[in-house]
Structure formats: structure tokens, C-alpha cells
Design a binder for this molecule. Structure first.
Ligand SMILES: [Zn+2]
Length: 121
């Protein structure tokens, strides 16, 4: 996402959230949104079956997501919607704390550049 697009997204999220700026609400809604992202990915495997998710020990030398197949259009749409909700509440939390999304992205890019593939994520 380009820096201007990131800032514009955060500005629009702030306008949408004008009625309810409670930090407690934002935090709990972000938690729910993150859980729904995970559930939408799991349901793609367990309910739809368009993907399979492996569960073996990962090895650093193997760049393996342990995901087989690809999301069908319906599951892809669901995952995108849920990730959008999570992004919205992440943006809202950042705004409530006086942090720009752009600052987060730039900081994380810098950290990733310094740590490379050993950032333990
Ligand atoms: Zn599917």
C-alpha cells in the first residue's frame, strides 16, 4: 500500500468511527476481527475444502506455508472482508493512540530490513 493510500485509509476509518471512539470497544472489536480472520482461513479448509493446511514442524530452510491449494473465490472474498475489518480496527487503534498507520508501516519495513528473515515472525 502506498504511503498516501495508507494515510487516506486511516483518515476515512477515523470518520467512520467518529461516533464510537472508546478504546475498550476498539480493542475488543480488533480481537474479534482477528479471530474472524483466523476462522475464515480455517473454514476454507474445514468447511469448503479449497485448501489444506498442514501441521508439521516447520524448518527455517524450507519456506513453506504448509498450505496446499488456493482459496476459491468465495473463501477469498470472505478472508478479504475479515482482513479488512481487522485492518479497520488496527487503524482505529492507531488513531486512538495518536499513531499514523504510515509510521507503523515505515517502522516495520525498517525493522524487517534490519532483521531480514531472522525477525522471528
Ligand atoms: Zn473455498
Amino acid at each position: 500500500m502506498e504511503a498516501d493510500l495508507i494515510s487516506e485509509y486511516q483518515r476515512r476509518a477515523e470518520k467512520v468511527l467518529e461516533r464510537n471512539k472508546s478504546l475498550l470497544d476498539i480493542l475488543t472489536k480488533l480481537q474479534c476481527a482477528n479471530a474472524r480472520v483466523a476462522r475464515s482461513v480455517v473454514k476454507a479448509a474445514t468447511a469448503c475444502g479449497c485448501v489444506e493446511i498442514g501441521g508439521r514442524k516447520s524448518r527455517p530452510e524450507r519456506e513453506d506455508t504448509q498450505l496446499r491449494g488456493s482459496l476459491c473465490d468465495e473463501c477469498r472474498g470472505t478472508v478479504i472482508t475479515e482482513m479488512g475489518e481487522a485492518l479497520f480496527y488496527t487503524s482505529s487503534l492507531a488513531s486512538a493512540l495518536g499513531i499514523g498507520l504510515r509510521e507503523i508501516v515505515e517502522s516495520d519495513l525498517c525493522r524487517s530490513d534490519m532483521m531480514g528473515r531472522y525477525s522471528l515472525r
